[in-house]
Design a protein around this ligand. Structure first.
Ligand SMILES: NC(=O)c1ccc[n+]([C@@H]2O[C@H](COP(=O)([O-])OP(=O)(O)OC[C@H]3O[C@@H](n4cnc5c(N)ncnc54)[C@H](O)[C@@H]3O)[C@@H](O)[C@H]2O)c1
Ligand SMILES: [Zn+2]
Length: 687
């Protein structure tokens, strides 16, 4: 090898070490890596290869030679009685990773060709943070992170908040028993946490691993307690006065018997073939697991053999981590498109240079919403980190800002819906932009039709999920008015539809034409217009034309209508295509007694200002009918009992609401009591 080769190699090795140290610091000390693991691993492997080719370049402080990580200021250092090591990684293709490990083990144990296969225990490699739990006389006295392997951090206070970690071991009173395992965050807990963050307009977390690590290494235990963490045990540290089982699998059984959470997905198997089978089987189940794993750990099962194999500086010789495809990868953001969801929500979607991540090729990923996109600072052309884990849709979780070559303008949400061209709106205080097109927007059509046909709206019997799906997909129904053009022949031609049922639908459509203004308004599916608001509006304006022409100020006069609702109604009727839909529906024969609301408004209001709660089954009145009666009498129906509740109307099988009413001393009525109240109050008022 020439001298220039060696010099170039030395330069490259030094550069790689500097980079690896930098990224390890971000990862292990600050819990805030900027590179995906796969990129870090590439650099790590390049350094390993260089050092193998040029042994003279090896230095004891190389990241390949020792565990990196250091104690964060603010935590007391804990010296590990038994060092906490790393595990050698096999990133090769499925079969060869296990075979390479088995061959090494056999060579080191000096097993001949015809010696029987080595017994292995295989388990999952949980993607979290290693923790050493020290129990003295069976009581948890200290919890420590790995740190640099020799010295970790005392995180006892934070670990005490992890409900799955026993504070006392069952049936163990040994002077010292250190249990090691992984603290992690379940995917559903992680998603829920991020959902809350997004709703609050706060920063979201990148992945469960870094979130869990950050929570454990949080200086304020109260903040740590807010992040739901879980735990799996997989090994031991120092032991005094306890007989360690002879195999790894028996150890895991023993840990489980002490009350330690141990993962059920593990096997004992002979030779490489069994390892390969387990790696493949778990690879197929990986997406469905409730937590992230980044591989399988193979361990020589016999403790005696483990001791014979021993350690190299950084890792045991008797274990190996056989990885799966990474769940985070770097790729380029080609464009940002807008997707319109079933409820009209606009989601920015990243079009990506296709990348293999989490086991599949991904070319689209969600950017969630404008605010998150801005906070992450994502721009078209950027190198972005894509995460795909489990069944969650792939998402862009970060960006390498240093890589940006030129100025790229900030992304903006479109002013009109890319599907239907209706105006887009952002609700005050909300994070989301929406298409205001409603039924007019093909993206929202099915949802809008179902809502229109719903029991509390136009009440079109038989027009459910399946049928709407069929009608829209076949292009037969593309708007609310086109519903009323459906004939028996067209319907009967659909799959699973007979003449009789088609006739029933046509009859139901006909029947629905005679309705009330409140039902019709509610059925239009105007954002923010629930059933109660629709009733209030109908009562207040009495006619649809008056409502359609109302100004925001006039709308604000209606009981319980605030600025957001008023704006939404005004916006809806300001759009010509919405007025057109209304006109067509009326032309199709949909009608209601005009002025009905105004008349009702003048009737007696015996329950004005009263709040009632309904619970259980009433003998004759349906829940809806009771609600209508109460509302017609000026009362309000609420879903939960509080000190502000005036009456609870209870029927059969009334549940916790009844208990709550008794607890708070709220008057409880049965159906007869309600009827009497309506009558006596109204006669009292008219008297
Ligand atoms: N993104 C970055 O910038 C960056 C920087 C540094 C390190 N990293 C990542 O950190 C990892 C390397 O870290 P490492 O050296 O700690 O090794 P490792 O995390 O790959 O392996 C050792 C660890 O595996 C864990 N583990 C999980 N399940 C286990 C089981 N069943 N049995 C035993 N141990 C189990 C333990 O916590 C143990 O400490 C790589 O994935 C690397 O990509 C990333
Ligand atoms: Zn639209």
């Amino acid at each position: 090898m020439s001298q220039t080769d060696t010099l170039a190699a030395a330069d490259r090795a030094a550069a790689l070490r500097a980079q690896l140290h930098h990224h390890a610091h971000l990862y292990y000390v600050l819990d805030a890596p900027v590179l995906p693991d796969a990129e870090y691993d590439k650099l790590f492997q390049e350094l390993q290869a260089l050092e193998a080719a040029h042994p003279e370049l090896l230095s004891p402080d190389s990241p390949t030679q020792r565990v990196i990580g250091q104690v964060l200021d603010g935590f007391a250092p804990v010296r590990h009685a038994v060092p906490m090591l790393s595990i050698r990684t096999e990133t090769d293709t499925e079969a060869s990773g296990a075979r390479a490990f088995d061959e090494r083990v056999r060579r080191q144990l000096e097993l001949g060709e015809d010696a029987p296969p080595v017994e292995y225990a295989a388990e999952l490699k949980f993607d979290g943070l290693a923790i050493n739990l020290r129990y003295e006389q069976g009581v948890l006295v200290q919890a420590a992170t790995r740190g640099d392997g020799e010295t970790g951090e005392d995180v006892t206070q934070n670990i005490r908040t992890v409900g799955q970690i026993p504070l006392r071991l069952k049936g163990v009173h040994a002077p010292v028993l250190e249990v090691r395992g992984e603290v992690y965050m379940r995917r559903d807990d992680f998603e829920a946490l991020n959902e809350r963050q997004r709703e609050a307009g706060e920063k979201t977390f990148v992945n469960p691993r870094n979130t869990a690590a950050g929570a454990v290494r949080q200086l304020d235990p109260a903040l740590a307690a807010k992040k739901p963490l879980s735990f799996f045990a997989y090994g031991l540290g120092e032991v005094q006065g306890w007989v360690v089982p002879e195999t790894h699998s028996a150890l895991l059984d023993a840990l489980q018997a002490m009350g330690m959470p141990v993962c059920e997905h593990r096997v004992v198997t002979q030779g490489a073939a069994g390892l390969i089978a387990f790696h493949q089987a778990m690879g197929a189940q990986r997406d469905g697991l409730p937590f992230d794993i980044d591989g399988i750990v193979y361990k020589v099962n016999s403790r005696a053999l483990q001791q014979r194999l021993g350690f190299v500086t950084r890792e045991p010789r008797w274990a190996v981590a056989h990885k799966y495809p990474a769940q985070e990868q770097l790729t380029r953001l080609l464009a940002i498109d807008i997707q319109v969801g079933r409820t009209g929500k606009l989601t920015p979607v990243a079009r990506l240079e296709p990348v293999f991540v989490g086991g599949t090729t991904v070319s689209n990923a969600t950017l969630h919403n404008l605010f998150e996109l801005r906070r992450k600072g994502v721009r078209v052309g950027d190198q972005v980190i894509v995460r795909r884990a489990g069944d969650v849709i792939p998402e862009v979780v970060g960006v390498l800002k240093a890589e940006r070559a030129a100025y790229v303008p900030n992304f903006r949400m479109p002013r009109s819906c890319p599907v239907c061209d209706s105006a887009t709106v952002r609700e005050k205080g909300g994070m989301d932009y929406r298409c205001s097109g409603g039924i007019f927007c093909p993206a929202q059509r099915k949802q809008a039709l179902l809502h229109f046909a719903g029991r509390r709206a136009m009440d079109i019997e038989g027009l459910g999920d399946k049928l709407v799906e069929q009608l829209v997909d076949a292009g037969i129904v593309d708007s609310l008015p086109s519903l009323y053009k459906l004939g028996v022949a067209k319907l009967a031609a659909l799959e699973r539809m007979a003449e009789k049922s088609a006739q029933n639908i046509v009859d139901a459509l006909e029947k629905s034409k005679t309705t009330t203004l409140a039902r019709f308004l509610f059925g239009l599916g105007i954002r923010q217009i629930g059933e109660t608001t629709a009733k209030d509006l109908a009562r207040h304006f009495g006619s649809l034309d008056a409502l359609m022409d109302a100004s925001v100020e006039q709308l604000l006069q209606v009981r319980d209508v605030g600025p957001i609702v008023a704006q939404s109604i005004h916006m809806f009727f300001a759009q010509p295509h919405n007025r057109e839909v209304v006109a067509q529906l009326r032309a199709a024969g949909v009608h209601w007694p005009e002025g009905e609301g105004a008349a009702a408004e003048q009737g007696p209001k015996p329950l004005l200002g009263k709040t009632l709660v309904l619970t259980g089954t009433l003998p004759t009145l349906s829940r809806d009918a009771a609600k209508d009666l109460i509302e017609a009498a000026g009362g309000k129906v609420s879903g939960s009992v509080s000190k502000k509740t005036h009456y609870v109307v209870a029927g059969e099988e009334a549940g916790s609401k009844l208990d709550k009413a008794r607890e708070l001393g709220v008057t409880v009525l049965d159906e007869a009591g309600l009827q009497a109240l309506l009558l006596s109050a109204s006669s009292a008022q008219s008297a």
